[in-house]
Design a protein around this ligand. Structure first.
Ligand SMILES: Nc1ncnc2c1ncn2[C@@H]1O[C@H](COP(=O)(O)OP(=O)(O)O)[C@@H](O)[C@H]1O
Ligand SMILES: O=C(OP(=O)(O)O)[C@H](O)COP(=O)(O)O
Length: 397
């Protein structure tokens, strides 16, 4: 794939009206909605400052969560506008809509050196469908498109790819840096090369395993991803997360790993809970014998040992997806042990993803990780060697 793309430093931004795609999909407290890590907002600041200092008028936009094309008050970007304003030390004008009256009039009135933020792009069903009519409306507000949403460059959506058909398109400083750092670490990785997968976006990320088995020496699967594999092997997984239409695929991956001599490590024990709650009753059970009325919320102690041993001997480790529901202290032990193992490993370590990065930061290991990427799925697809639509659409150098 060609990563030699123009950045904001290669084009004239002075006095320009700029549509800036950011990834402000920040982790939020499950109960209160409060932003629990502003890493993705902080990561966007260098590009925003670069543009504002040069007198550009910045129309920032992002998605938040998965509202599936519906207006959902709990997923408004208003708290992000507030936090961004505090971090920047200047007003962030907030539009109550995306490409409606409010956004368009505020964008038209926006002066050089000012910044505004549109409402959640995914409130409009056309965003995820990459509908050209939506891309065109977004583009109509600006003269230049800047992609700085690294966490979302693996999505071919209207604001991440479609819009480049209507405006000259370049990358921001964050996307440029992520591609450079990850490219450097992963081009010819120090071996053994270990990939660690977990988290909750199972349907999405399970598909990367096929290509990862061609690149990695060891693939470790924990978190919500593991139970599809346990069920595929005939285990009972109770109410745990599972993608039933991926059971065949999971079996194929187990066979492929055996044929290729890649170690595929799966949890042998699980911390199962009676409900998805911070104070739920829990017990450690074999991963293939979870009681019907319980769900797996963390890897068990035996698995922690197994996984951490594999990480300790690694040359390069890429990790995306927490090992358990770390937001609840009772189910954070697996994720904490994994973070500690990466920090202690002496390997080149890359942690990607909004929640994984938040976990590593909250647990105090961030300064002992080689690179914390703002993208989880994006870093995995980069690692797979897949074309990233949000990068492919940018102007070549
Ligand atoms: N066993 C599990 N069951 C349900 N959710 C889980 C489990 N393990 C981890 N999670 C959840 O996965 C979420 C993160 O998943 P994901 O979005 O894929 O990761 P990232 O944001 O790092 O890319 C966390 O909020 C965590 O609570
Ligand atoms: O949080 C994100 O990805 P990640 O969970 O893989 O890090 C990005 O904002 C992409 O979000 P999406 O997976 O809802 O398209």
């Amino acid at each position: 794939m060609n990563y030699n793309k123009k950045t904001i430093m290669d084009v004239d931004v002075v006095g320009k009206k700029i549509l800036l795609r950011c990834d402000f999909n920040v982790p939020q407290d499950k109960a209160t909605g409060a932003i629990t890590s502003d890493k993705r907002i902080v990561a966007a600041l260098p590009t925003i400052r670069y543009l504002l200092e040069r007198g550009a008028a910045v129309i920032a936009c992002s998605h938040l969560g998965k509202p599936k094309g519906q207006w959902k008050e709990s997923l408004t970007l208003a708290p992000v506008a507030e936090r961004l304003s505090r971090l920047l030390g200047q007003e962030v004008i907030f539009a109550k809509d995306i490409v409606g009256e409010d956004a368009k009039s505020k964008a038209a009135a926006l002066q050089g050196g000012q910044i505004m933020l549109l409402e959640n792009l995914r409130f409009d069903p056309r965003e995820e469908k990459n509908d050209p009519s939506f891309a065109k409306e977004l583009a109509s507000m600006a003269e230049l498109y800047v992609s700085d949403a690294f966490g979302t460059v693996h999505r071919a959506h209207a604001s991440t790819a479609g819009v480049a058909a209507f405006l000259p398109a370049v990358s921001g400083l964050l996307v440029a840096r992520e591609l450079e750092v990850m490219g450097g670490a992963l081009d010819n990785p120090k071996r053994p090369f270990v990939a660690v997968l977990g988290g909750a976006k199972v349907s999405d990320k399970i598909n990367v395993i096929n290509n990862l088995l061609d690149k990695a020496d060891t693939v470790i699967i924990g978190g919500g991803m593991a139970y599809t594999f346990a069920k595929a092997q005939g285990g009972s997984i109770g109410k745990s997360l599972c993608e039933d239409d991926k059971l065949d695929y999971a079996r194929q991956m187990i066979t492929k790993a055996q044929e290729k001599g890649v170690k595929l490590l799966l949890p042998t024990d699980t911390v199962a809970a009676t409900e998805f709650a911070a104070d739920a009753e829990s017990l450690v059970v074999p991963t293939d014998a979870i009681p019907d009325d319980m769900e797996g919320l963390d890897i068990g102690p035996e698995t922690v040992q197994l996984f951490c041993d594999a990480v300790r001997g690694a040359g390069t480790v890429v990790w995306n997806g927490p090992m358990g529901v770390f937001e609840f202290e009772k189910f954070a032990a697996g994720t904490r042990a994994m973070a500690q193992a990466l920090a202690d490993s002496g390997a080149v370590t890359i942690v990607g993803g909004g929640d994984s990065a938040a976990a590593v930061e909250q647990m105090g290991f961030a300064d002992r990780i080689t690179h914390i990427s703002t993208g989880g799925g994006a870093s995995l697809e980069f690692l797979e060697g897949k074309e990233l639509p949000g990068v492919a659409c940018l102007l070549d150098k």
